[in-house]
Design a protein around this ligand. Structure first.
Ligand code: ADP
Length: 358
């Protein structure tokens, strides 16, 4: 086949590939930056937005395979992925600049919801996405403690300046009240602070806004869903049967507020003794996976009980806790599953349309 014919054949194959973020074909999005074919050698460069960056290696592999499957005439295929600047379109009446808004919830407290919400934000950010973290767990705002950050957010030109952890803007009631102080929330006050956090914080343009929800009740979910279209909820639970029942209630609550379920995460899933490497199922294992399957909800992954994670988090260094290789691998998997799940949902609905409620 002539070089020109081969180039055109490969270009057609690439054009039919879908951009993971928008679900639109690359032929229509202008993301094929270059394609060079010479003596059976192919070099191509495809652009990808930071929203999809956490799975850029999978996408690169997919492009490779597509090119190889298009013709048997290739000796060498080299695919580069470069970053595409695609800012978010403001969403909701408040014009929040975030492409995906993820609520992290649980049926009850103490299951590791805040740990997971914070770890997801750190994981997405580490993987190359622009992330914000909002602590809407106003009854027990623990994110400042987990990250070891403090300070009073300033108000500048009517906007609240969040406190930054690395590149991540963070907003929490924990910055506004003393750690040991109790806040009694009345309905309108709760509604007021949550909307203020969302609307008046200077988040900047984000790929993902991760929101740590209060456990159980639906008030905050309702307030949020009235203000912005949430991409969906991640429900965290532990493997015991009683905990799973609470998780089911949490999912029912999200459904009622028309927030789609992105998936379940099983936390404190088994324990590997660091001395003997022996595995113990302290709270059991696999319960959430089975329940997710039974309910037709995606299962995003599991995090084992990990001493380093608990110790470092207690000392305000959750990031350090995540350096434990077991936690790192587990979180990585969950971040990828989540991004894939968001992409799948986006691909099933016209771009920008409300996502289906599971
Ligand atoms: P929640 O937000 O559901 O109330 P937290 O995230 O505050 O729960 O976690 C409760 C406690 O459990 C914290 O001390 C935290 O460090 C610990 N924890 C969470 N996940 C794990 C885990 N996988 N292994 C060990 N400890 C964990």
């Amino acid at each position: 086949m002539s070089n020109d014919n081969l180039t055109s054949q490969l270009h057609t194959a690439l054009s039919a590939l879908k951009d993971p973020e928008t679900g639109r074909t690359l032929g229509n999005t202008g993301q094929i930056e270059s394609l060079e074919v010479q003596d059976g050698q192919v070099r191509c460069t495809i652009q990808l937005s930071s929203h999809s960056w956490p799975i850029h290696d999978e996408f690169q592999e997919h492009v490779q395979q597509t090119l190889r499957a298009a013709t048997a005439e290739l000796d060498d295929v080299q695919v580069s992925i470069t970053s595409l600047d695609r800012p978010p379109v403001p969403i909701g009446q408040i014009g929040l600049q975030a492409k995906s808004v993820i609520a992290v919830g649980s049926g009850k407290g103490g299951v590791g919801k805040s740990t997971l919400a914070t770890s997801l934000a750190l994981g997405l950010s580490k993987a190359g996405a622009k992330v914000g973290l909002m602590d809407a767990d106003v009854y027990g705002p623990s994110i400042p403690h987990l990250l070891g950050i403090s300070g009073r957010p300033e108000v500048v030109n009517g906007k609240i300046k969040p406190i930054y952890f690395d590149q991540i803007p963070v907003m929490s009631m924990g910055f506004l009240v003393e750690e040991d102080q109790a806040v009694i929330w009345r309905g309108p006050m709760l509604h007021g602070s949550i909307s203020q956090f969302l609307r008046d914080t200077y988040w900047g343009p984000l790929d993902y806004l991760v929101i740590d929800m209060p456990p159980g009740t639906g008030d905050v979910a309702l307030t949020l869903s009235q203000m912005i279209p949430l991409t969906g909820a991640v429900v965290v639970c532990t493997p015991q049967q009683v905990a799973l029942l609470d998780a089911i209630k949490a999912m029912a609550m999200f459904r009622k507020t028309k927030i789609p379920i992105l998936g379940m995460v099983e936390n404190m899933s088994g324990f590997v003794c660091p001395d003997t490497q022996k595995h113990y199922d302290i709270f059991g294992k696999g319960g959430a996976r089975d329940k997710a399957e039974e309910l037709g909800v995606p299962f995003l992954g599991a995090v084992p009980i990990n001493i380093q994670l608990r110790q470092e988090s207690d000392h305000g260094n959750l990031k350090g806790g995540l350096e434990d290789p077991v936690c790192d691998a587990a979180m990585n998997k969950i971040v990828r599953s989540l991004v894939r799940q968001i992409n799948d949902q986006a691909a099933q609905t016209p771009h920008g349309a409300a996502l289906p409620v599971l």
